[in-house]
Design a protein around this ligand. Structure first.
Ligand code: NDP
Ligand code: ZN
Length: 351
């Protein structure tokens, strides 16, 4: 089958790949819509998880089932399905411990375009179909559905890990598509002052629409000073990191109050360590927590986010600024994500 792959570090292209084989619990799907991710960019052009050869890229999209295993109960050929970027093994001990993302070892629930071929092929394989797929809800357009693969779950995970409480002051560093969904999630969880940090005008406008009460341009001056200025020098209760670099952790520790929480979903593409400022971390005793996590995946979450969409609480289709048509446009979409023109938030390819 035809597929778009990472050929090696800094190198992508079309390949002739093996059509995936369906096991008894699995499904094989053909894509109806596909989206590239900043994570694909980290993987190929930063070598963030090491070298890969002829690994089919992509982990975001919507599919139609073309084959199911003999033990699959709830899906059949012809069903249109939401496909999470992370597809854990739900009967693993890690899933029983509450960290399905790490079923089989750290990050091993992240299978597409990491440990097996991703979704940028004429067909793709979904393990544990009953546990991982969800039916495409009536009336949901393919662009919106594509954002349920990764952008919505990751933004919501960021807000969940930050443990936002009613009235918390929150900074979301990075308002690309992930940070924008984190803004939406923080608003739903009851943030009071909600600051979105970014510079691109379209992202700034959407951050306000999704619930940011204010936005901060990190290019206009020191980010920590800008946050402290807006909070009477006190800082905020929660910081979500959905953009930036290793230095962002230092800034986050400086802008969060004692007892505050810092939640990272940024995929750290390079460098070996980040620093924690000793004094601002309360010389080791400031009760400032830092957590980083991978979106959960799985059917339940897909259905819950679909319900949020159906009830009008979220509108992730608004992230899609560029719609391309035809499987051949996957390459162009990936390079849009790599080059990030100023008016781009997220591209989607409709097959
Ligand atoms: P984008 O590149 O679209 O957005 C990044 C945001 O960070 C932009 O708003 C950008 O601002 C801002 N930014 C860049 N540099 C700085 C800086 N120095 N200080 C403050 N803000 C800065 O990324 P995405 O939204 O697509 O993805 C965000 C991250 O999430 C990526 O690393 C991605 O790989 C990761 N990810 C993680 C997942 C998980 O499960 N944990 C799943 C999916 C993605 P500007 O407006 O100037 O561009
Ligand atoms: Zn992604």
């Amino acid at each position: 089958m035809k597929a778009y792959a990472m050929l090696g570090l800094n190198n992508t292209g079309w390949i002739d790949a093996e059509r995936p084989v369906c096991g008894p619990l699995d499904a094989i799907c053909k894509p109806l819509a596909l989206a590239p991710c900043t994570s694909d960019v980290h993987t190929v052009w930063e070598g963030a998880i090491g070298d890969r050869h002829n690994l089919v890229l992509g982990h975001e999209g919507v599919g139609e089932v073309v084959e199911v295993g003999s033990l699959v109960k709830d899906f059949k050929v012809g069903d249109k399905v939401l496909v999470p970027a992370i597809t854990p093994d739900w009967n693993s001990v890690e899933a029983q411990a509450g960290f399905a993302q790490h079923s089989g070892g750290m990050l091993s629930g992240w299978k597409f375009s990491n440990i097996k071929d991703g979704v940028f092929g004429e067909f793709f394989h979904v393990n544990d179909a009953d546990g991982n797929l969800a039916h495409l809800p009536d009336g949901m357009d393919l662009a919106t559905a594509s954002m349920l693969s990764d952008m919505v779950p990751t933004g919501f995970l960021a807000a969940d890990m930050a443990d936002i409480q009613f009235g918390d002051k929150v900074v979301v560093v990075g308002i690309g598509p992930v940070g924008l969904m984190a803004v939406a999630a923080a608003a739903i969880r009851g943030a009071s002052d909600l600051f979105g940090v970014g510079s691109r005008p379209d992202c700034v406008a959407l951050a306000k629409e999704f619930g940011a009460t204010d936005t901060i341009n990190y290019r206009d001056g020191d980010l920590v000073e800008q946050v402290l200025d807006r909070t009477g020098g006190k800082g905020v209760d929660r910081v979500i990191i959905a953009g930036g670099d290793l230095d962002t952790f230092d800034q986050a520790v400086r802008m969060v109050k004692a007892g505050g929480k810092i939640s990272n979903v940024n995929y750290l593409g390079g460098g070996d360590y980040f620093k924690i400022p000793r004094v601002e971390w309360g010389v080791g005793m400031g009760h400032k927590q830092i957590i980083g996590g991978l979106m959960l995946g799985g059917r339940l979450r897909m259905e819950q986010y679909s319900d949020l969409w159906r009830a009008g609480r979220i509108n992730p289709g608004k992230l899609v600024t560029h719609t391309l048509n035809g499987f051949d446009k996957v390459e162009e979409a990936l390079f849009l994500m790599k080059d990030k023109p100023a008016d781009l938030i997220k591209p989607v390819v409709i097959i």
